[in-house]
Design a protein around this ligand. Structure first.
Ligand code: SF4
Ligand code: SF4
Length: 160
């Protein structure tokens, strides 16, 4: 009887085991394969992550033909959290590309930001623009790579 009383009292004062979903978000389970975090300082711009990505959620845009500098654009709303990019990245062990245990919140009135998410999402102000702006990135990706190739070809010819 005393044991039951102690147990009941403990339950009365302890935190509830349940969560208040949908009023508070449900936590991700341990080992959850979530969004991709990127560190530009460690990137060697090999494009392997872009080439392996099944839905095309990573797109590099060449922004400086002389140095070959590229901007990493990641669309977390296209990403299927498969982790293929991280497995393919030669600098992943250093922390260049990491899959974290966090899913992307639904697009509400604001767009989630963070340097680790790359350039694309950080430049979006209106959530309704995500799709159209991503199409622009896809076009810039193709165009800048073609122009970069042509630039390098022209440079080689000049040297001959
Ligand atoms: S986790 Fe998969 S879908 Fe997401 S960016 Fe990486 S390769 Fe693409
Ligand atoms: S695979 Fe890794 S090193 Fe290569 S471009 Fe992608 S993030 Fe950079």
């Amino acid at each position: 009887m005393l044991k039951m009383f102690i147990e009941s009292f403990k339950n009365l004062v302890s935190e509830p085991e349940t969560i208040k979903y949908p009023f508070s978000p449900s936590p991700e389970p341990k080992g959850y394969r979530g969004v991709i975090h990127y560190n530009e300082e460690l990137c060697i711009f090999c494009d392997k992550c872009e080439n392996i990505c099944p839905p095309g959620a990573i797109k590099f845009v060449v922004v400086d033909y002389e140095s070959g500098k590229k901007e990493y654009n990641y669309n977390p709303y296209l990403c299927i959290y498969c982790g293929a990019c991280v497995r393919e990245c030669p600098k992943a062990d250093d922390g260049c590309l990491v899959q974290v245990e966090k899913r992307m919140p639904p697009l509400g009135r604001s767009v989630p930001k963070g340097k680790e998410l790359g350039y694309f999402i950080n430049r979006i102000e209106n959530p309704k623009e995500v799709e159209i702006k991503w199409r622009e990135i896809e076009e810039m990706n193709v165009k800048s790579k073609e122009e970069y190739k042509a630039y390098k070809r022209a440079k080689r010819v000049k040297k001959i």
